[in-house]
Design a protein around this ligand. Structure first.
Ligand code: MNH
Length: 508
C-alpha cells in the first residue's frame, strides 16, 4: 500500500504538509535537519509520541517536522486546538497511525474516511449500543469480569506476589468488551500468557506505528509478513465469533449486544444493513479500540493512586461513603463516585492513552487567523501537550492533582482544552463505556486493597499508537477490616438472577 516513489497511490495520510500550508515557512522546525532523512536526530523509533512532545516543548504551540522527505505539522496550543474543533471548517483526518490501520480495520468506525457511507450507517446503527439504557445493561457483566480480576489479585496477594498492572488491566478490559459487546469469553484470567488475540493486536498496532518511523516500508519485509499473519489471526478469531452467533441466533430485534446490533439492525431511516465484511471490520475495531486505551487509562490511574496515598485515601473514603456495605454496586452508584472520576480525568489529562488525533481543513481556511490552510491540509493534535499547557493548567501542569476537575475549576477553563476522547462527530463513541468501566473497577479495587508502589519504579511509557506504563507492578495489601467474607464482585461472577439482564437491559 505504500508507494514511496510517486505519491500517487499513497493513502492521504502519507502526503506531507508541503502542498496544503502556503505559509509553511513561518512554522518553526527543529534546528538540525539532515538532508534526505529530515528531523530525525535524537529520535527513537520506539517512542515517536514522546519524541514529538520533546520537540513541542522546544518549538512551541505549532511546529513541523520533516521525516523521509515529508513534512508534518503538529499542533497543541489551546487557541489553535479550539479553532480546529470548529466542525464547520475542520473534520477528522484519517492519517498516519490511523491510516496505517486500514488493512486491519478497513472502513470500520475508527478508520473510515468521512466520505465513506459505512461510517454514517455504522454510527447510526451502533450509537444506541452506547445509550444510557445500553450501558446500564452492560453493568452486570462489567461487575462479573471485575470479580475475576479481584479473584486473581486475591490469589496474588496471598502468594505475596506483586501484580502485573498493565497485563491484568488488559485482561480485564478485553474480557469486558468481549463479553458485553459480543457475548464472548477469551478466558484471559485462566491463561498465564496473554491471549493470542492480544498478541496479534499488539503486533498490528506496533507495526502500524513503525510504518511511520521507517523511511521505506521495504525495510519491514519480515515484519510485514508477520503483520499479515497477525491480521489473518484477528480475522479468523472474529469470523469464528460471528459464525457462532449466527448459528445461535440473536434475540431477533437487534436490541441486544453490539454484535446483535451489527448483525440484525437496519438503519432506522434507510433500512440499510452492515455487510458481512463490514461487520468483521467493526468487530475487530471494537475489540481493539474497546480495550487497549481503557487498559492504559486504568494502569496509569493505579500508578498515580499508589504514588499519591492522600488521593487514594480520599477516593477510598468516597467509595465507602457512596457504596456503603452494598456488596454489588448498582449502575447508578458508579456515576456517584465523583472524586474517583476526577482521578481518571486527571490521569487522562497527563496520559491521554490515545495521544493524538488529526484534523483536516474542509475548505481553504486560516487556522486561528494566522496559518492559511488549503482544503485537505491537515495537522496532528498532540493531546499530552495540550493538556500540559501552563497558560491553561498553571505552573504545576506536570503535577497530578484531581482537584483540577472540580466543577468550578472546569468551568473556569476555556472550552476544548481537555480532549482525551477526540472531538466532534468522530470523537470516541465508547467514552461513557470506558468511563463507567474504569470508575467501577477503580472503586472496587480501592475498596478492597491498599496499593503499595515499588519504590524503585520510575514511570516509563511504552508506545504502540496507544500509551501504557511499562513494567508497572504494585504490591497489594488487604484493606483493614475487609479480610472477612468473599470478594463482593465474585458473587456477580455467578450471574445472580436478581441482577438486571446484561443483554436486554430493562431500560429504566
Ligand atoms: Mn475510543 C475514537 C480515545 C475507549 C471505541 N477514541 C476515539 C478517538 C479517541 C479515542 C481520541 C478519536 C480518534 C480520532 O479522532 O482519530 N477511546 C479513547 C480513550 C478511551 C477509549 C482514551 C479509553 C480511556 N473507544 C473506547 C472504548 C470503545 C471505543 C471503550 C468501544 C467500546 N473510539 C471507539 C471508536 C472510535 C473511537 C469506535 C471511532 C469513532 C468514530 O470515528 O465514529
Amino acid at each position: 500500500m505504500a508507494d514511496t516513489t510517486k505519491g500517487t497511490t499513497l493513502p492521504t495520510g502519507f502526503r506531507g504538509a508541503e502542498q496544503g500550508w502556503p505559509e509553511l515557512r513561518r512554522i518553526p522546525h527543529p534546528p538540525h535537519r539532515l538532508p534526505l532523512l529530515g528531523d530525525v536526530i535524537g529520535v527513537d523509533r520506539h517512542t515517536p509520541l514522546q519524541d514529538t512532545v520533546r520537540y513541542a516543548r522546544q518549538l512551541g504551540p505549532i511546529f513541523r517536522r520533516r521525516a523521509f522527505g515529508r513534512e508534518f505539522v503538529f499542533t497543541w496550543g489551546a487557541e489553535l486546538v479550539a479553532d480546529l474543533a470548529d466542525e464547520s471548517r475542520f473534520a477528522k483526518h484519517v492519517g498516519l497511525g490511523v491510516a496505517n490501520l486500514r488493512p486491519v480495520a478497513g472502513d470500520g468506525l475508527f478508520t473510515a474516511y468521512n466520505h465513506e457511507p459505512n461510517w454514517q450507517l455504522a454510527h447510526d446503527v451502533l450509537a444506541p449500543g452506547f445509550s444510557r439504557e445500553a450501558m446500564a445493561g452492560y453493568h452486570a457483566n462489567m461487575l462479573a469480569v471485575a470479580g475475576r480480576l479481584t479473584d486473581h489479585w486475591d490469589r496474588e496477594l496471598v502468594a505475596g506476589r506483586a501484580v502485573d498492572v498493565p497485563g491484568d488491566m488488559t485482561k480485564l478490559t478485553l474480557e469486558t468488551i468481549a463479553r458485553t459487546g459480543f457475548g464472548h469469553d477469551f478466558g484471559s484470567f485462566e491463561r498465564d500468557r496473554p491471549h493470542p488475540f492480544v498478541t496479534a493486536m499488539i503486533g498490528t498496532l506496533t507495526y502500524a506505528q513503525r510504518l511511520n518511523t521507517v523511511p521505506f516500508p521495504l525495510l519491514l519485509r519480515r515484519a510485514a509478513r508477520r503483520n499479515e499473519a497477525d491480521i489473518a489471526y484477528l480475522n479468523r478469531t472474529v469470523d469464528d465469533l460471528v459464525r457462532a452467533r449466527r448459528t445461535a441466533g440473536g434475540d431477533g430485534d437487534g436490541g441486544g449486544d453490539l454484535l446483535d446490533r451489527m448483525l440484525e439492525t437496519a438503519h432506522p431511516k434507510t433500512g440499510e444493513r452492515l455487510t458481512a465484511e463490514n461487520v468483521r471490520r467493526q468487530v475487530i475495531t471494537f475489540l481493539v479500540a474497546g480495550h487497549e486505551t481503557t487498559s492504559g487509562a486504568l494502569s496509569f490511574a493505579l500508578h498515580y493512586l499508589a504514588r499519591h496515598p492522600d488521593v487514594a485515601a480520599r477516593a477510598r473514603a468516597e467509595v465507602d461513603q457512596v457504596w456503603g456495605g452494598t456488596a454489588l454496586p448498582g449502575y447508578e452508584q458508579v456515576a456517584k463516585l465523583r472524586y474517583v472520576r476526577r482521578v481518571l480525568d486527571e490521569t487522562l489529562r497527563l496520559w491521554p492513552t490515545a495521544p493524538a488525533y488529526a484534523r483536516e481543513a474542509r475548505q481553504d481556511t486560516v487556522l486561528a487567523g494566522t496559518h492559511p490552510m488549503r482544503r485537505g491540509a491537515w495537522t496532528l493534535v498532540i493531546t499530552p501537550m495540550l493538556h500540559r499547557e501552563r497558560a491553561v493548567w498553571g505552573a504545576d501542569a506536570e503535577e497530578f492533582d484531581p482537584d483540577r476537575f472540580e466543577a468550578k475549576a472546569v468551568r473556569s477553563r476555556p472550552p476544548h482544552t481537555f480532549k482525551p476522547f477526540g472531538t466532534g462527530a468522530r470523537a470516541c463513541i465508547g467514552r461513557q463505556f470506558a468511563l463507567h468501566e474504569a470508575t467501577l473497577v477503580l472503586g472496587l479495587l480501592l475498596r478492597r486493597y491498599e496499593l503499595r508502589p515499588d519504590p524503585d519504579y520510575r514511570l516509563r511509557v511504552t508506545e504502540r499508537l496507544t500509551l501504557m506504563p511499562e513494567g508497572l507492578r504494585l504490591h497489594l495489601e488487604r484493606r483493614a477490616g475487609t479480610t472477612a467474607g468473599p470478594a463482593a464482585p465474585t458473587v456477580a461472577a455467578e450471574a445472580p438472577s436478581e441482577l438486571r439482564c446484561p443483554v436486554h437491559g430493562t431500560g429504566d
